[in-house]
Write a protein that binds this ligand. Structure first.
Ligand SMILES: *[C@@H]1O[C@H](CO)[C@@H](O)[C@H](O)[C@H]1NC(C)=O
Ligand SMILES: *[C@@H]1O[C@H](CO)[C@@H](O)[C@H](O)[C@H]1NC(C)=O
Ligand SMILES: *[C@@H]1O[C@H](CO)[C@@H](O)[C@H](O)[C@H]1NC(C)=O
Ligand SMILES: *[C@@H]1O[C@H](CO)[C@@H](O)[C@H](O)[C@H]1NC(C)=O
Length: 387
């Protein structure tokens, strides 16, 4: 009886101390907690309980004359006949700043090689680069570094060789990415509306073109419409920390959650969607500079939601392995390794090695080890190992 009593007191004491400890930790870390957990909880509940974003559309709708200010920039480079007279399966925009000449050149000779795609995969894919105008500071910098050749002249020269640069005269900067997004939808609408799919990608994304083409051909044969695929962000809250690159002020976006959207690193939509998004950009306030979130707002305005593809990366690198190459669509963060990855990922023996019962079992085991590892984040989800 006595022992029991003491035991209970000890228990209560431990409880009390734990509570105090937790409370003090919470108090000390309140700010971070609020930014991370609380806003996510709020935003998730919002997304799943209220699940209505119609007022966003209403409050961001502005008169057409005003909305035009986000799109009526002069074209500095405009390969208007790029798609003419061809049955284009995919029009693929790569978002690239003027200075990234090497990345564009790497893309042209690897996954973005139109000649290769035509001859090996038997379809027409058009790869174009979306640019704004160069920064003055960069212009000066490049002047001294490139022996006096102005960066805009370099671009004109590059376009003369390849004919694949699309440029408008807004300043190319992170905070103008939404203008670049609008440029892409408007260009496809007016110059390449017959392409069956639209894609947008960062210039450090690796795209497994043979896998993507297979996938899109299949979808095209089934005549999909209202199609939007990528790595989906659901119920994401706006970031209110001023030191973040993605900081969005309350005045710009007062709600606790963004509509669902796909990661801007790479996503695909069908051509009917391009038309709808184009229409939405004619009446929406495009001041929100996070381009993939703005895409979500446009889609929300036309009643469209994205679907998930587990082999579209959410910002991380795919593991280097044949079992992954067999199914990968996109992977993010590749610059120096792009040539090697392209060679490896499209090696004819990948399909051979990974097929059959043994190949399948082996690859499942490998993928579990690679993707279900808790230290592997932002790439493909663990469940991809089982599909
Ligand atoms: C593109 O592919 C073709 C055919 O495979 C090849 O001949 C050509 O050299 C490649 N282009 C580049 C820039 O690597
Ligand atoms: C966006 O582009 C416009 C037009 O060139 C320019 O006036 C503005 O400063 C740019 N905004 C940013 C944040 O770079
Ligand atoms: C668009 O939104 C921005 C930022 O919220 C605001 O400053 C601007 O006045 C709005 N534009 C129009 C035409 O309402
Ligand atoms: C968004 O607003 C536009 C114009 O006000 C309207 O035509 C459209 O139906 C709205 N969309 C939704 C999903 O409410």
């Amino acid at each position: 009886m006595f022992v029991n009593f003491r035991w209970i007191r000890k228990c209560q004491c431990v409880q009390l101390m734990t509570t105090c400890l937790v409370l003090s930790v919470v108090m000390v870390c309140w700010e971070q907690l609020d930014d991370g957990i609380i806003s996510h909880v709020k935003s998730y509940s919002y997304r799943y309980v209220i699940n209505s974003f119609t007022y966003i559309n209403k409050s961001l709708t502005i008169p057409r004359e005003q909305a035009r200010s986000f799109s009526n920039f002069r074209y500095l480079l405009d390969p208007r006949d790029k798609c003419a007279g061809k049955d284009v399966l995919l029009l693929l925009f790569v978002k690239t700043p003027p200075k990234n000449t090497e990345r564009r050149s790497a893309i042209r000779s690897t996954w973005g090689n139109e000649t290769y795609i035509q001859s090996s995969l038997g379809v027409t894919v058009k790869v174009v680069f979306a640019l704004g105008s160069p920064k003055t500071k960069e212009e000066e910098l490049s002047w001294s570094m490139r022996g006096g050749v102005d960066i805009q002249e370099q671009l004109i020269h590059e376009d003369g060789l390849h004919g694949d640069l699309i440029q408008q005269d807004f300043l190319d900067s992170f905070y103008n990415l939404t203008l670049k997004l609008i440029l892409q939808f408007h260009w496809m609408h007016s110059r390449c509306a017959h392409a069956r799919f639209f894609m947008t990608a960062d210039d450090d994304v690796f795209i497994h073109m043979p896998n993507l083409v297979n996938y899109l051909q299949d979808l095209s044969n089934r005549g999909v419409t209202d199609f939007w695929v990528g790595y989906v962000h659901r119920g994401t809250p706006p970031i209110r920390r001023k030191d973040s690159k993605y900081y969005v002020p309350f005045e710009m976006y007062p709600w606790v959650s963004y509509p669902d959207y796909t990661a801007g690193s790479a996503y695909v939509v069908s051509s009917d969607v391009v038309d709808k998004i184009y229409q939405a950009t004619l009446t929406l306030n495009a001041s929100l500079y996070i381009d993939d979130v703005f895409m979500g707002i446009c889609a929300n305005a036309v009643g469209l939601s994205p679907q998930e593809h587990i082999y579209f990366s959410g910002g991380g690198k795919a593991p280097y392995h044949w079992c992954i190459y067999n199914q990968m669509m996109t992977s993010h963060g590749h610059v120096e390794d792009i040539y090697d990855l392209w060679k490896e990922a499209t090696h004819p023996q990948v399909k051979q090695w990974t097929s059959g019962l043994t190949g399948g079992l082996y690859c499942t085991a490998v993928k579990i080890a690679l993707l279900c590892n808790p230290f592997y984040v932002n790439g493909y989800p663990c469940k991809a190992a089982f599909l």
